[in-house]
Design a protein around this ligand. Structure first.
Ligand code: G4P
Length: 530
């Protein structure tokens, strides 16, 4: 394949995640994006409460409620001759590491805000994660069919709390019962709102040209006058859209609408295609990798078990970083130093899981994992490239694990090994002592692991609190010093799931004293995949 062909394929790809506080409308919007692009044909809303907090993906909820097969954390669909890869971020209240790693695999993000509530806690955390990589953000202010907060106040809150400039692209006319539509500032057009949920793939909004069009005064004089007044303020006080500032992650274009009514969705998709970046270069240990290089490469950012409970499969999600992936090709698993035949690699179409024939930078492919693949693993056609920037965070919560039935020890070890590799929890094996230690960032992770140990591995485990304050991965250039450290502090040391030496500190004071006493040992609060 020629360089141009690969470059063209890369240029027409967009890979993004939706980030939001729970209940802001992420699931609804995902479904509408799929409906809009024609990827799924069913219309209607995702009704009812989420049934269980253990759902691996919010899309599983769509699947359950709608009887369609979308269970996956990744979905690919076509829109305007572009290939869109949409990645789910876990919907847990507890901020999980998994989310961070998903965000390392995208080129942009769509932030959904419940306009009745404004900026919420989870949004702040997620945005901070995006900021680490200067990921461009498109903002959607949702739920305008309800009573929401003041528009200008909302923008002000985004700017002051999230520290990102807002450039409104559309502006709402009214809200709740008198939500009339949105005005598009760049096109000088008003799109009229008609409630309804069944607008699969079509754009039925009536458009009126010009904010001063007298038709608007005939239709809704009060609201349009209010909007005109507001727009004067907006034009004076807010920033005009600046593509460069958006791409640098300093400014976010803001759209208003109602996901449930499929209103405002087209504008978001268009913004992603017109403005969001195509897949970019990625850093590896030896060099930076360009997406349009001839040779295939990629990294694993997530492992998910039991996507289909009938087959106990585990899938490694790999983001293609360069070249062309072709079915049947040999990929080199760089950590293990051996080839993996890529025959049953799958892609995630909106309505099914299909065999991948080919994939390019930005695409996510699913590699069946029989226990050899870990988060952070890199694959290539042979070149020794280890992609960087896929971190693990030092956990903040710890539990020691025992089992009721000692005969189940093997299953417990297997379960924890697999859940550890998957990134569901961090697993530490102390150098001394038999009980394994689990580390998590959010407390809900323990509940998920306990329930999965029971359901998937048949192990009844007991989790007990333990007196560990934090963990630090340790390393040293001085191997004799490291051996000495191990000998002296063995009581506080453990190996993590990938055998990295870790210091488990009982309290803050202990940690700083130990750091002082062992100046040649380095203590790391994050670890990148080795
Ligand atoms: P999430 O994935 O971000 O957690 O949110 P989800 O899409 O599940 O939406 C959360 C609730 O908000 C859902 O209500 C959904 O119907 C509603 N919603 C989403 N978009 C809109 C919108 O544009 N307008 C209005 N009015 N509601 C919207 P639910 O699950 O049916 O019930 P409940 O949570 O309201 O009880």
């Amino acid at each position: 394949m020629s360089f141009e062909q690969i470059a063209n394929e890369v240029a027409r790809r967009r890979t993004f995640a939706i980030i939001s506080h729970p209940d802001a409308g992420k699931t609804t919007l995902t479904e509408k994006l799929l409906l809009f692009s024609g990827a799924i044909q069913l219309a209607g809303t995702v009704k009812g409460k989420k049934t269980g907090k253990f759902a691996t993906s919010d899309w599983m909820e769509i699947e359950k409620q709608r009887g369609i097969s979308v269970a996956s954390s990744v979905m690919q669909f076509d829109y305007r001759e572009h290939v869109i890869n949409l990645l789910d971020t876990p919907g847990h209240q507890d901020f999980s590491e998994d989310t961070y790693r998903v965000l390392t695999a995208v080129d942009s993000a769509l932030m959904v805000i419940d306009a009745a509530k404004g900026v919420e806690e989870q949004t702040i955390k997620l945005l901070n994660v995006c900021r680490l990589r200067s990921t461009p953000i498109v903002t959607f202010m949702n739920k305008y069919d309800r009573e929401v907060r003041d528009n200008l106040e909302l923008l002000d809150e985004v700017e002051s709390v999230l520290k990102i400039q807002c450039a409104p692209i559309t502006w709402p006319i009214g809200m709740g019962k008198v939500f009339r539509g949105v005005y598009h500032l760049l096109n000088d057009e008003v799109m009229l709102f008609t409630p309804g949920e069944d607008k699969a793939g079509q754009d039925v909004a009536e458009v009126i040209k010009g904010i001063d069009n007298p038709r608007l005064d005939e239709l809704f004089p009060l609201e349009i006058q209010h909007t005109r007044n507001e727009l004067e303020l907006v034009r004076g006080a807010s920033h005009p859209f600046d593509l460069e500032a958006f791409l640098a992650g300093r400014q976010t274009p803001v759209f208003f609408g109602s996901a449930i009514n499929n209103f405002g969705v087209r504008e978001i998709l268009n913004a992603l295609i017109d403005w969001a970046p195509a897949p970019g270069g990625r850093d590896a240990t030896v060099r930076s990798v360009n997406p349009d290089e001839q040779k295939f490469s990629g990294f694993v950012f997530k492992i998910q078990a039991n996507m289909d409970p009938k087959h106990r499969d585990r899938i490694a999600f790999l983001r293609v970083c360069s070249g062309k992936f072709e079915r049947g090709m040999k990929m080199k698993h760089l950590r293990l130093g051996r080839d993996v035949a890529a025959n049953s690699v799958v892609t995630f179409m909106a309505s099914s899981r299909e065999q991948v024939e080919e994939a390019y930078a930005g695409d996510i492919i699913g590699v069946p994992n029989h226990g050899n693949i870990q988060i952070g693993d890199s694959f290539s056609e042979g070149e020794l490239l280890a992609f960087t920037g896929i971190p693990f965070f030092a956990p903040e919560l710890f539990r020691s694990v025992r089992i009721k039935n000692p005969l189940k020890l093997k299953q417990l070890q297997k379960g924890l090994q697999q859940l550890g590799e998957e990134g569901a929890v961090q697993v530490f094996k102390p150098l001394s002592g038999a009980d394994m230690i689990l580390g998590a960032v959010g407390v809900l992770q323990f509940e998920v692991v306990k329930s999965r140990l029971e359901n998937e591995y048949g192990v009844d485990a007991i989790f007990e609190s333990c007196s560990i304050y934090t963990a630090r991965w340790v390393s040293s250039e001085d191997s004799r010093m490291l051996a000495d450290f191990e000998k002296n502090l063995g009581m506080n040391l453990a190996h993590d799931a990938t055998d990295n030496l870790t210091y488990l500190a009982p309290n803050r004071v202990n940690l700083s004293l130990t750091e002082e006493r062992w100046p040649k040992i380095r203590f790391h609060a994050t670890r990148e995949h080795a």
